[in-house]
Write a protein that binds this ligand. Structure first.
Ligand code: UDP
Length: 413
């Protein structure tokens, strides 16, 4: 019988797949549940979409639950998200009550599944308060923080920590994000799936079709940023960089492609800011795409001459890795996970301002050989470090540690 996981061997080599099988073997039949707050939009949903079937394929019974809430709940969790990433946000008491109540209600809905699970992964702050409602839990619970929690706003972190400290383990994407907690902390960066529609190599005609669809000129350089319309992604800063570079490279084009995430209530406001900033420049294309437009995003990233991700804060920008996998140099904000993803001067550049980004755009377009070389290195760097197979290996290793309490060694046959 052919297995989904085997299809990755052509990309990673067969040894990597064999190692996953060995790690999965002692975990056969375990019930694992992932909980987050949206099925569509954003990096967490992107990862879980494939993580779940692959874990099942490896014999680990894995399911995915999504907490449901009203707009006040998402307003609250967005404020938490912004505060954990460092903004000084006072969350009104009323919204915190909605947060608690929503978690209590969702715990009721999910009680049987969560109680019976051997391992529960709770992603980000939105469902973090579920734990205290499941008194008779059987399994180990892990809080998986995807955001940049390096300098959280104190009062909000203190609030969240009251729940997070009771987990059996926590995961951060990199060492700089980890906060002191009484539970064991694991460092696991996220990953991309090279075989999903977002990252496969598209047929030439499909790649070319985006030029026509979005009125782009294939003969002129194109800078692309794919991101939710979120101020931390600094889309207005990207527009400033673009305008400044365009004074020297008149043919330059920019695509800012984003979509809606159902758990992000600020998107419309930021989109309006972006449209206003772009209004006087016909070569800026602001695209609002449906949440499942994976092939279109793939085609845009593939069509790009340069990928930009000028975030001001970033847990780990999947879009950076997606661009690198398409052999593109990436100009990334010098922040958070992007520092781990972009090797400055080798696979792209880290920048701290719109002026810096503009300079790097100009440099790359003047040095095509360098750009090509960076693209090749970028793809290999992703192959080694940021594919879903590495991510699965680390989750399996973590499960071993928690289930068998094998803190110091993992025995492979
Ligand atoms: N994405 C998408 N449509 C959009 C914007 C983003 O499919 O309009 C995808 C993007 O390709 C990436 C993920 O959503 O896979 C965003 O993850 P990232 O870590 O870059 O940012 P997050 O939204 O999680 O902060």
């Amino acid at each position: 019988m052919s297995h989904l996981i085997d299809s990755y061997a052509s990309i990673t080599g067969p040894d990597v797949i064999e190692q996953l099988r060995q790690l999965a073997k002692p975990l056969q039949g375990l019930k694992v549940v992932h909980v987050n707050s949206t099925k569509l939009g954003g990096g967490v949903a992107e990862i879980l979409n494939k993580m779940i079937p692959l874990m099942n394929d490896l014999g680990i019974e894995t399911s995915w639950e999504v907490v449901q809430g009203n707009p006040e709940f998402y307003a609250c969790t967005k404020m938490m998200h912004n505060a954990i990433q460092g903004n000084q946000v006072q969350i009104p008491e009323k919204l915190l009550k909605v947060y608690e109540k929503t978690n209590a209600e969702n715990a009721e809905q999910l009680r049987d599944t969560l109680t019976a699970a051997d391992i529960v992964f709770i992603h980000d702050p939105q469902p973090a308060a579920l734990l205290k409602h499941i008194d008779d839990r059987q399994g180990k619970w892990i809080w998986r923080c995807h955001i940049d929690a390096s300098k959280p706003y104190g009062p909000v972190w203190k609030y969240l920590r009251k729940d997070v400290q009771h987990y059996d383990a926590s995961i951060f994407s990199l060492a700089g994000f980890a906060q002191a907690l009484p539970n064991p902390i694991y460092l696991i960066p996220p990953s991309i799936d090279p075989l999903n529609d977002k990252n496969i190599e598209l047929p030439e005609d499909e790649r070319r079709a985006v030029y026509e669809a979005f009125n782009l000129d294939p003969d002129r350089p194109l800078v692309v940023q794919v991101s939710r319309f979120d101020r931390f992604k600094d889309p207005v800063g990207v527009i400033q960089s673009f305008k400044s570079a365009k004074r020297f490279i008149p043919g330059l084009q920019l695509v800012l492609a984003g979509g809606e995430a159902s758990d992000d209530p600020e998107g419309d406001i930021v989109l309006e800011e972006v449209r206003t900033a772009a209004a006087d420049e016909p070569d800026i294309h602001v695209l609002l795409l449906p949440g499942d437009a994976h092939r279109t995003i793939n085609a845009l990233q593939s069509a790009a001459t340069i990928i930009i991700q000028k975030s001001l804060r970033e847990g780990f920008g999947l879009t950076v890795t997606e661009g690198m996998w398409k052999q593109k140099p990436v100009i990334g904000g010098d922040t958070g996970g992007i520092r781990l993803q972009v090797i400055n001067h080798h696979t792209g550049f880290l920048v701290n301002s719109p002026a810096g980004a503009a300079l790097r755009i100009r440099y790359l377009l003047k040095n095509q050989d360098k750009m090509f070389e960076m693209g090749i290195k970028a793809k290999e760097f992703v192959r080694e470090n940021f594919l879903i197979t590495r991510h699965i290996r680390e989750y399996l290793t973590l499960m071993h540690a928690l289930v068998f309490d094998s803190k110091h060694r993992i025995e492979l046959k």
